[in-house]
Design a protein around this ligand. Structure first.
Ligand code: ATP
Ligand code: MG
Length: 261
């Protein structure tokens, strides 16, 4: 479903993604794991065309992202309108939920389909209510975001992304701004989406998130793919010293937390 081939990207002289390649099969969930600054968000932003890359290719559902082959065989980069259209099919949810504060929960979920897809009020409302039901928040449809908990706001943000019927959903650190007791309700929504066969790429530096939802884990450092594999095998028996070190820091921290509690 997603194929990233030898992607490289620099900000000025700083190379943030280096010859980065990975694939995600239809209906599977990949987790990009790595410490802060390793390039995880940049990778996700390239998948959503929020960043342009310097070299390499991305294909989604077999079609090149961001460029079209002209009849003369030359490639042409997409214009802003083409990029915006593609972005609608690739949902993205961020750490800070970015809901519209002046709209109710229902209006937040309905606004994309109405404004961008041109759906009528009845169709958009029906879909929004279905999605709010799916994330367990129909009863909050008339509330404004500031009256919701972080976990509830994040579930609305997921429903809003789903309302655009994306073929792929990208999730960037969606639980890291939440109090620990609210993480579970968001993970439950992600597990449900997995069951429904949505293809997802999640970015995190928390290994419990990877353990919980990943079919495939990709560990990256300084813009490079270091190791990838199934979460159980990869996280239990890393092949590289770099991943071992990353995991040992996490284990030390969670051990410390346990001792403190
Ligand atoms: N717009 C930008 N201009 C310049 N440098 C940038 C820009 N965006 C990201 N970077 C740099 O690229 C590197 C990778 O950033 P990125 O946000 O992808 O990391 P990350 O793995 O998502 O980190 P975190 O876990 O902290 O979110 C960092 O060194 C960052 O400072
Ligand atoms: Mg990031």
């Amino acid at each position: 479903m997603i194929s990233v081939q030898s992607l490289s990207k620099s900000f000025g002289s700083h190379m943030v993604l280096k010859d980065f390649s990975f694939e995600v099969a239809q209906g599977k969930t990949a987790v990009l794991l790595g410490k802060s600054g390793s390039g995880k968000s940049t990778m996700l932003r390239c998948l959503n065309l929020l960043e342009h890359w310097d070299r390499g290719n991305i294909e989604i559902a077999g079609l090149p992202l961001g460029r079209t082959c002209k009849p003369d065989g030359q490639w042409r980069r997409w214009n802003t309108r083409e990029e915006a259209e593609a972005r609608q099919r690739i949902g993205m949810v961020f750490q800070q939920f970015n809901l519209f504060p002046h709209m109710t929960v229902l209006q937040n979920v309905m606004c994309g389909p109405k404004r961008i897809l041109g759906q009528d009020e009845t169709t958009a409302r029906k879909l929004a209510l279905e999605l709010l039901d799916q994330v367990g928040l129909v009863q909050k449809q008339s509330a404004y975001p500031s009256f919701l908990s972080g976990g509830q706001q994040q579930r609305v943000a997921i429903a809003r992304a789903l309302a655009m019927r994306p073929s792929v959903l990208l999730l960037d650190e969606i639980t890291s701004a939440l109090d620990p007791e609210l993480v579970g309700e968001v993970l439950e929504v992600i597990r449900d989406l997995k069951q429904r066969g949505l293809t997802m790429v999640c970015v995190t530096h928390e290994i419990h998130f990877a353990q919980d939802v990943a079919d495939h884990v990709i560990f990256m450092e300084e813009g490079q793919l270091v190791e990838e594999g199934r979460p159980d095998a990869l996280l239990a028996q890393p092949n590289t010293e770099r991943l071992r070190k990353f995991l040992s820091r996490f284990h030390a921290r969670s051990g410390g937390e346990k001792m403190a509690s």
